[in-house]
Design a protein around this ligand. Sequence first.
Ligand code: FAD
Length: 231
Amino acid sequence: MQHLNIPPVNHVMVLGGQGWVGLINHLGDETTIVNAARVSFGKLKETMDDRDITLLEYLIANRHTSPLEHLVFTFSIHCPLFVRGQWHRHRTWSYNEISRRYTEIDLEFYTPPKLRCQAKENRQASVENPDFDDAALRRLISDHNAASLKLYEELLAKGVCREQARGVLSQNMMVTFWGTVNLGNLLHFLELRDSDHAQWEIREYAVAIKKLIKPYIPNVAKYFAKQGQVW
Ligand SMILES: Cc1cc2nc3c(=O)[nH]c(=O)nc-3n(C[C@H](O)[C@H](O)[C@H](O)COP(=O)(O)OP(=O)(O)OC[C@H]3O[C@@H](n4cnc5c(N)ncnc54)[C@H](O)[C@@H]3O)c2cc1C
C-alpha cells in the first residue's frame, strides 16, 4: 500500500521542493467537452477537428461552461495548512484529507525558501526585496516549527488526545489532501489563484496544475495562451 504523503507518479514539486501536487486521475478529454456541447444532435465524435476547436474556444469565451463540467480531475496536494485554508474556500471542489485525529506520524513543516516584505499600499499583499536579509529569520521560523512539534509530542506523551494536541502545531504544518474538480470550476480556480493578487505559495500550486493538465486539454491551454496567459 502506498503512503499518502508520497507524491503520485505524475506530480510537480513546488515551494522549493517542500510541497507537491499530483494528478491522481482524470475523466474525459477535450472531445468529451465538444460532444457534451453537441449532445442535442445525438452524435458522438472520437477525434477533434478544426470546427471542434472553434466550438471549444466559443464555449470558453462566452462562459458557456456546462460542457466543461464533464471533464473531471482528481489531484493529491501536499501543502502548508494556510494554503489548504485558502484552497478549501473553493466550494466547488470535493475534498478528503489525512486526519490528525487518526495519526501523528510524518509531520512536516514548511519553511519559506525566501521571505517577502509586507506591501505598504495593500494589506493583503507582499513584495519581494532582494536585499532583505532573511537567513536568520528563516532559521527562527524553522526553530518555531520544531518547537511546536516538540510540544505536540510532549502533550501526546502525557496522554493528551490528538484532536486537542494538534492545536499547537504551527500554520506551516504540511497537510495532504485529495481534491476533485471539474474543468469549468478548475479554470475559475486557476484564474483566481494564478494571479498577481494571490499569495505566492498557492500560486505555485496553480501554475503546477496547469502543467499537469495541459496534456489533456491542449486546445484549452492554447486558447488562454492566445489571450496572453501563461500556460
Ligand atoms: C486574492 C484573493 C484574496 C482573498 N481574500 C479573502 C479574504 O480576505 N477574506 C475571505 O473571506 N476570503 C477571501 N478570498 C476567498 C474568496 O472570497 C473566495 O471564497 C474564494 O476565492 C473562492 O472563490 P469562489 O467562491 O468563486 O469559488 P467556488 O467556491 O469554487 O465557487 C465557484 C463559483 O460557484 C458559485 N457558488 C459556489 N457556491 C455558491 C454559493 N453558496 N452561493 C452562490 N454561488 C455559489 C459562485 O459563482 C462562485 O464564484 C480571497 C480570494 C482571493 C483569490
